[in-house]
Design a protein around this ligand. Structure first.
Ligand code: ADP
Ligand code: ASP
Ligand code: MG
Length: 468
């Protein structure tokens, strides 16, 4: 059994969906379970419709929906030839549109978009795309069976970033899926969305369909979790930022986690967590070039080798430095700080500490003023705005000689606000001004990869088309 997850660009139009059908049909012998993301931009548009409705702009919200639904109708009209199937699928889409229109009416009256209501909007992207892919597979004679995540992806009630209740998910999936596979069926389900125990739709965070694939794969003890996307695999840097990234042949779970945690969009960071538990390999493949070997993410081999593998970055950060007002014991001071962050449901992306002071890098989207206000009661807080993080990822970095020297030489013209080194053996993170982050990624990439020709670890991208 394998899991095949296809992202938004792999399902964005009729051609892309036909391509998904081709890829899935070539893997039937491996008994795939297909996990589908919303078509490209769908989640953004659904979110936008919800926000417009909350501003009382119901007309604009409806227009946004109609644009999105036109893309769905166009796909269905192009790929579904069977009359009954076509009527059925069109009906499903029309029903979804009506349900969303009712949501718009409700939200525009209340002028309020709660996290729970936002999830109610967003779940339609995946519900529809997965239906279309299932129908497209059936159209080609594949015995696809559409499964609603409401039957198994049970989560907590943390709307917008729900976490799965793994025991329940495993119990449900292991009773639903194996009999279908025995009958030669190909299950098709949704990424991103879940359901509370009381039956309310949730989502697990933006870009989390990769995570869904990993949850399903882990619950079912799959042989392989395949993430099919629009790049050849995990690259030595974001292809939108550097001109000639190379493909990395393999990464450890920890390296892949650090890389995605520090901004590499190609994988959602949570993807590695369930898979790591059962050591299920993850492959990242290009759906436009399925013949390529992709990148393998697998367990650490505990080898002694030292390899720099990639450079990631995160923008829009804020750094708070906090120095205690009075001489608390160090542990009490830190406990206060973490209690405040936890109360605000904020994750410190990176921290650097000295004996008494602490620097914390946070995503600027957080409610910084409320956090600063509370931190101000225990310490002197300095707010450094417009920051970003660059992160070098690799194997056994702590033992890599001259690593820090090479990093600082490459970044010598920039102000460094904080550094985190040593906590993870797979990454070094450096806080810089946001405005120089992309430049810094380019410089680090040049330093570590331009002259590296290690064919065992990296592959040149022959047909690389930079998307700008
Ligand atoms: P999907 O819709 O398939 O989930 P995403 O857009 O979420 O795809 O992720 C793929 C994108 O991640 C690539 O198109 C690329 O621009 C971006 N990306 C950022 N960093 C990296 C990296 N190090 N390696 C590969 N892709 C990266
Ligand atoms: N469709 C969702 C999003 O755009 C989930 C995903 O694509 O992974 O965030
Ligand atoms: Mg993605």
């Amino acid at each position: 059994m394998i899991i095949m997850k296809f992202g938004g660009t792999s399902t964005q139009d009729a051609n892309a969906i036909q391509n998904v059908v081709q890829i899935v049909s070539s893997k039937l012998a491996q008994k795939p379970i297909v996990v589908i993301s919303a078509i490209a931009q769908a989640t953004n548009m659904l979110e936008q419709a919800g926000k417009l409705a909350a501003e009382g702009k119901a007309g604009e919200a409806r227009d946004t929906l109609l644009k999105l639904f036109d893309r769905h109708y166009a796909i269905v009209d192009e790929i579904i030839r069977d009359r009954e199937r076509h009527i059925e699928l069109r009906k499903t889409i029309v029903t979804a549109l009506h349900e969303l229109e009712q949501l718009i009416t409700g939200v525009s009256i209340l002028r309020e978009l709660t996290p729970r209501t936002l999830d109610a909007f967003c779940c339609y992207g995946e519900l529809l795309s997965s239906r279309m892919v299932a129908a497209a597979l059936e159209e080609q004679g594949i015995a696809a069976i559409w499964i609603d995540t409401k039957d198994f992806m049970v989560t907590d009630e943390n709307f917008n970033r729900a976490m799965p209740l793994m025991e329940i998910v495993e119990e449900r999936l292991t009773s639903i899926v194996p009999p279908l596979i025995e009958q030669g069926k190909t299950p098709v389900t949704q990424g991103f969305i879940g359901i509370t125990r009381s039956g309310i739709r949730t989502t697990m965070g933006r870009e989390s369909s990769d995570y869904s694939a990993s949850i399903v794969g882990t619950a079912l003890n799959a042989e392989d979790i395949q993430i099919w996307t629009d790049v050849d695999g995990v690259l030595t840097a974001d292809p939108q930022v550097v001109i000639s990234p190379k493909k990395i042949k393999s990464l450890t779970f920890e390296e892949a986690f650090d890389l995605s945690y520090f901004g590499a969009k190609v994988l959602h960071p949570n993807t590695m967590l369930p898979a790591l538990e059962k050591k299920i390999p993850i492959h990242i493949y290009n759906s436009r070039r399925p013949e390529l070997s992709g990148t393998l993410v697998t367990a650490d081999t505990h080898s002694e080798e030292k390899v720099i593998k990639s450079v990631a970055y995160k923008r829009g950060m804020i750094v708070l430095t906090i120095t205690p007002k009075k001489r608390y014991s160090q542990s009490i001071f830190w406990e206060h700080i973490y209690t405040i962050l936890t109360r605000h449901d904020v994750v410190a992306t990176m921290t650097a500490t000295s004996e008494y002071s602490i620097a914390i890098a946070l995503d600027g989207k957080n409610n910084i003023s409320a956090i600063v206000h509370e931190l101000g009661e225990i310490g002197l807080v300095q707010v450094l705005e417009h920051k970003g993080i660059v992160c070098v990822v690799g194997t056994n970095l702590r033992e890599t000689s001259q690593l820090m020297e090479r990093i600082f030489r490459s970044l010598s013209e920039f102000n460094v606000s904080a550094v985190s080194f040593g906590a993870s053996k797979s990454s070094v993170a450096i806080v810089l001004d946001d405005a120089v982050v992309l430049d810094a990624v380019g410089k680090l990439h040049r330093e570590f990869f331009e002259t590296v020709h290690d064919e065992e670890k990296f592959e040149m991208l022959e047909h690389f088309h930079a998307q700008t």
